[in-house]
Design a protein around this ligand. Sequence first.
Ligand SMILES: [Zn+2]
Length: 313
Amino acid sequence: MCHRPMHGPTTALDAPTETGPKRMTRGRHRQGLARLPGEACYLCRVPELPEVERGARILAAAAIGRTLAAARVLHPAYRRRLPDDHAARLAGRAIVAVARRGKHQLATIDDGSTLEIHFRMSGEWLVGRAADQLPRFARVVLDFTDGTRAVLSDSRALGTARLHPPDAVALPALGPEPLGPAFTADALGAALERRRTAIKAALLDQRVVAGIGNIYAAEALWLARIDPRTPAAALGPARRTRLVRAIRAVLRRAQRAASSAAPDGGPDDGRENGPDSWRVYDRDGRPCRRCRARIRRITQGGRSTYYCPRCQR
Ligand SMILES: [Zn+2]
């Protein structure tokens, strides 16, 4: 959770048709507009691999061993991918396993179909009882026959839920899992060769490596001492090795924080990796934690990049 009151609201951003991600500007992020108590600054929480994995664990804990009474889709944007007749197929079924691939959560249904969830900008699972008031940003509700429920809450409603038929899970092309054995300096080199983009932008491409987003890309490049503007194809073996290690270290650190967080998505929700513990992300103008130079913010591909101009080369 973002603990900085200056970070702006999610309240005005509820209508997905008006507010694509690009409309959210840094200025808005900085404005001290009222954020309701308990609502988080989504810019500090856009889910990446550790948060999605935490989401998958929350869903698994809430769903496995229970029977679905109903699945309800409460938002038109979600209904495009999960129309009511698809959601209706989940009634009476059970989720038997939940896995994560990249930023996708894959819930295996007992008829062999797969419910795929993507949090995108602001999704999270909130677990409770059917008698509770629905969370404000409830988009998909999984009601279980024992009176419990799991709610996909998504303030921006840019996430997706989709039911894939048995043996037909169609995910976009994804690169290796960064914490798995296939993600090596050589594999990274193969994925980056002939890429003309800067390394920061390349890391956000899910075909290069799965699960990295804006925050952990910046954090990993800082840890690896690599200038985010470096052409991706120009990274030699030594820097690629440093980068692979840094990505793993940054993600493992975040996973530790996420796994020790409150299980219900409450205030202590796992982003101990918030502004106070990030090494470089969202720290422009503040001293580098390694060399004390001032952290700089630039824009790459429409996204903010933070880096140390002195110790990242
Ligand atoms: Zn520095």
